[in-house]
Each structure stands twice: as C-alpha cells, then as structure tokens.
Design a protein around this ligand. Structure first.
Ligand code: SF4
Length: 561
C-alpha cells in the first residue's frame, strides 16, 4: 500500500492565539475575581494540591490503588509528578473516546526534576537501583532534562521518594500547574566560551520557590530556562520565561529576558522584552513574571490558559510596563539581544572545559536509558575520575570533569553502554516523546519507531553531504512534547487512512528550528498541506525529502530554507 497520502483535511497545528471572549469572566484573578470557572480550577482551590503527598505516605501506599479517589489520582498526584500510565494494548484510535480512568492502568509514571543540577555517582546509583527495583528497569531522559520512570506501583512510592530525597533529589512540581523543571545550560560553569554561569541563579530558585503556596495554583504550567552559553542551548524561544546570557556594554554580563514562548497546538515564539536583567535581579524578575501569570492568566478555558495567550493580547511593551510598575517597582535597563549562536548546541563529543578537563556528550538513542545503563554510567564515571553527569534538553547525557588522560577510556566505556559520543547524523538529531507505550494522550507509538527510523536512515544516507545534522522530531499526538514545530522534519502522530485502511501515521511539518549554530533565527515549521505519512513509510519518505533537498539546493541554502 502507498505510505503517503493527501486528504481533504485542513492544515494541522492551529495557531489560534486569540484571547478568550471579552464581555464575560475569563478567570483572570485580578480582573474577574477568584470564583472557579471549571472543575480544574475548583479542585485547585478546594484543597492543597501538594497535600496528596502525605495521603500517599499515610494511606494509599498501604491501602492500594483502589483506595485512591479520582481527584488525587488524576489531578493532585501530578503536583508530585506522578501520572497514571496508559493501559497496555489500547488502540490509539480509541484514545479520544475513553476517560482517564478507562485509559489508566494501575501503574504510574514518575518524573524526577533536575533543574540543571549534576548527578553525582551516588545519585546515579540510587536512580539506577530504583529503576531496577521499582520501575522494571525503565529510565528515560525527558526533553526538559528530567528523568522519567515507568511501571511504578503506589505501594513503592514512599520508599522511592525516601531514597531520592536522601540524596537530594525531588519530584515536586515536575508536573501540574506549577513552575515545572527548569532548563539550564548543560555546560553551565564549564564552557570556556560561557558569557555568564546561571547555575547559582537556577539553584537559588530551586531551593526557594518549589512548593511555595503563592505559586502552587497557576493557570497552567510555567516553564523556565537559563543559559549563559553562546550556543543558545535551552530552547529559550519556547519557554514561559528565559534568561539568556548577554554582555551589556556598560553593565557587564547578565541576561536578556524572553517571555511567553510555548508550543502545543498553538505554537508561539517567546517575545524579547528588550530588558537587561542583572544577575542579582533574577529572583525578583522571575517572581514578578510568575505572579503576573498567576494574577492575569486566563483560567476559564484550559486551552487558553498558557502565558502566551496573555502575551498575544498585551504585547511585550505592555508586559514590561506591568512587570516594572506593578511587580518590581523599578525599571530594568535596556539591553542587547543575544549574538548569533555559535559552538555546539547538542554538546555531543569531546570538549575541553574551562578548567582544562573534558566533558564527553553521548547520545542514548531517543533519550532511553535503563537502570543498568545508569549503574554502568556511575561505575564508569568513578573509574575515569568524574563525579558528575548532566542531562540535556536534547535528551543527551554529558559526563563532566574527565581528565585528559582518561578521555579515551571514558569514550570507549560510553560506547560499551550503548550511549555513543559520536552517533550517526539521524540518531543525533532524532527526538521522540513518550508515545503510546505509556502516555494516555497518545495516538501512535513513537520511541521504538524513532530509534528504528534513525538507525535505518543513518545507513541509507551515510553518504549524504549535509551541512549539519537534520532534526527529526516525532510526537504521539497533537500536543508537542517532542517540539515538532521546531524540527527540520516534525511528525505529529495521528491515525490516517491509506488506500482505504486506517493506520498509524503522521502529519508532516517542515522547515522549523530554534536559533542554533547553522540556524540563526527561530522559525516554526510549516505544515505541508495535508501531507500525511504512514509510520511504516517514514524511512522512505524522509530519504526522499533529504535526497530531493541535496539534489536541488542552491549553494549556501540550508534545509530550513
Ligand atoms: Fe503524550 Fe502527546 Fe506528549 Fe507524546 S506529545 S508524550 S503522546 S501528550
């Protein structure tokens, strides 16, 4: 059967950023008051969303899954990054027809937030052991640098948390309508080209804001990013607030402020406020912006509740005015924009650190590790004299502080663990979300498919002369956890009809990308009008697209053009 198809369907990925209707309450607390306008807002106001933790420890872990009320199970547990996992074997075509309870099995996904911290050898061992004992060996790196476990039983949650907390790790607010896990440059503090090291700013917020009752009930999630690397490595255009390192001509190093970026079904690139944030102003500015979101964010409709909808209405000038006048009480200096990106954004391979030692970036295909690989990584780190590893927003892992004389041994050890510092072009640029294996929203399978497709394309296109690795991102549903609008080739999972038969497939987006070396300006991928590709036809389709580009490109023309 043919594996690509055109249908009469309109363009996917709607871009409706209109605010909710005026003339009625849209649930903006400072405009409309706090009366909850939907069940989601009601449950957040009715009880402390973080209160579920104690009930898990005191009651549910001993009473079992069936004793958990729905409001805790499907709502409050998210504040501790526990999601019910998708029941195995449910066809993706039925996802939209079933309730959360019908889609859930009796196990949980657990996310551990990193916030840019390094994993010590001890932490790696604890996580590896938890994965093997409680999570059937599963362990993924998410696209927000977090770690994710599956198959967790409620009975094991208190012991799992106890072990994590004993080594300084937490799961608090890695999901829910909260300040989600921060993206922080994976080379913060070690990059010789770094403009400013944001580690301390991120750590300070991690230590002081998480669990604060003032911001435990936001309209929706709030994403934060920090980088001082000229490679612009934290996707600053698609976070709700991003601090991007710049050198101010008079004030020295600090941050350029970007606000309200987000993807999902209405993608929106964050706006520069043109404001310069001095390092010591970071906490106040972060608190000012998150309070604006809390106070003015739209709460009537959940699909209009992200900060981008407020920005689409206010614009960056008004946003800055409100921030300065009502939340900071002083004006921020004007400041420069980040320079053109340079360096290596995915941080793979061997790189000299500012202190003369080396970091080695390696690629677990589609971000998938395991308990055994994490334990192996801990042993390897110890053997080569490193005590630190970091995850990246591109689902890679970096081993830090390797002495020059141990670099070869470290590289060989990583390859032996299946995490290659020098992967093939398509393995390098492939990103996949969780997909139907575990996610209740999914329509199609993603991770195994992405790994297979990348390996096949690396073989088929080994001779291709590409100016940089192409990015291929695969989502299991219209949400955009794998950021399909920011890839050279973005694929949105859906059930399609091919030659009269229903099959897992993808809507294609082409030409997207965030600012990165080789791709200077952020641009959202364009939906290729009604072009859909069956999952089993992906290698053929991508090979055709790449070969057509190579055959027809003008000198200096990049794939995105
Ligand atoms: Fe789940 Fe959809 Fe997100 Fe993939 S994109 S992890 S399928 S919600």
């Amino acid at each position: 059967m043919s594996t690509t198809t055109s249908s009469a369907a309109g363009p996917a990925g709607g871009r409706d950023l209109r605010p909710p209707r005026s003339g009625r309450s849209n649930g903006q607390w400072l405009v409309d008051g706090r009366a909850p306008l939907n069940p989601n807002e009601a449950f957040k106001q009715d009880g402390d969303p973080l209160g579920a933790r104690q009930r898990i420890i005191d009651a549910y872990a001993s009473a079992g899954y069936d004793a958990i009320p729905d409001d805790d199970l499907h709502n409050r547990f998210r504040w501790w990054a526990l999601y019910t996992q998708r029941k195995q074997g449910i066809d993706g075509g039925r996802t939209a027809q079933l309730s959360a309870s019908e889609l859930s099995d009796r196990y949980f996904m657990q996310r551990i937030r990193m916030d840019g911290a390094s994993l010590s050898v001890e932490q790696m061992r604890v996580i590896g052991a938890i994965s093997n004992e409680f999570a059937r060996g599963t362990l993924d790196i998410t696209d927000r640098q977090n770690l994710q476990l599956h198959w967790i039983r409620i009975e094991d949650v208190p012991e799992m948390w106890r072990r994590l907390e004993e080594v300084g790790l937490t799961t608090i607010e890695a999901c829910g309508d909260t300040p989600r896990g921060f993206l922080v440059s994976p080379v913060a503090g070690i990059d010789p080209e770094e403009i400013i090291d944001p580690s301390e700013a991120a750590r300070h917020l991690h230590d002081t804001c998480l669990g604060d009752p003032e911001i435990v009930n936001l309209p929706r999630k709030f994403k934060t990013a920090f980088t001082g690397s000229p490679s612009l490595d934290v996707l600053h255009e698609i976070n709700d607030i991003s601090f991007v390192g710049v050198e101010h001509p008079e004030l020295g190093p600090g941050y350029d402020l970007w606000i309200a970026g987000a993807l999902s079904t209405a993608p929106f690139l964050g706006k520069r406020l043109g404001a310069f944030v001095r390092p010591e102003q970071v906490p106040e500015v972060w608190w000012g912006v998150i309070r604006i979101f809390r106070d003015y964010g739209y709460r009537r409709l959940r699909n209009k509740a992200r900060l981008k909808f407020l920005m689409a209405q206010w614009g960056p000038e008004r946003f800055r005015e409100v921030l300065e006048a009502d939340y900071l009480g002083y004006a921020l200096a004007d400041g420069p924009a980040p320079g053109p990106p340079r360096g290596c954004r995915d941080h793979l391979g061997t790189h000299r650190q500012a202190d003369g030692r080396y970091w080695i970036g390696a690629k677990p295909p589609v971000g998938r590790l395991s308990g055994d690989v994490m334990l192996g990584l801990a042993d390897l780190a110890e053997r080569v004299g490193s005590d630190r590893a970091r995850t990246t927003p591109l689902q890679n892992i970096l081993l830090l502080d390797v002495p020059a004389e141990r670099v070869e041994e470290a590289r060989e050890g990583l390859v032996a663990l299946g995490i290659d510092p020098d992967p093939g072009t398509f393995t390098r640029g492939m990103l996949a979300c969780t997909g139907i294996e575990f996610c209740k929203f999914a329509i199609v399978e993603t991770k195994a498919l992405a790994a297979r497709v990348a390996a096949e394309l690396d073989e088929r296109l080994a001779d291709a002369d590409l100016e940089r690795p192409l990015t291929v991102h695969i989502n299991g549903c219209p949400n955009s956890c794998a950021r399909i609008q920011t890839a050279d080739i973005g694929l949105k999972g859906q059930i399609i009809t091919v030659d009269g038969e229903r099959a897992p497939g993808f809507q294609v987006h082409l030409g997207g990308g965030l600012a990165a070396p080789g791709h200077e300006e952020a641009e959202l991928g364009r939906t290729v009008r009604s072009l859909k590709v069956a999952a089993d036809g992906l290698p053929d389709y991508i090979e055709r697209v790449v070969r057509a580009y190579l055959a027809d490109r003008y000198p200096e023309e990049s794939f995105a053009q």
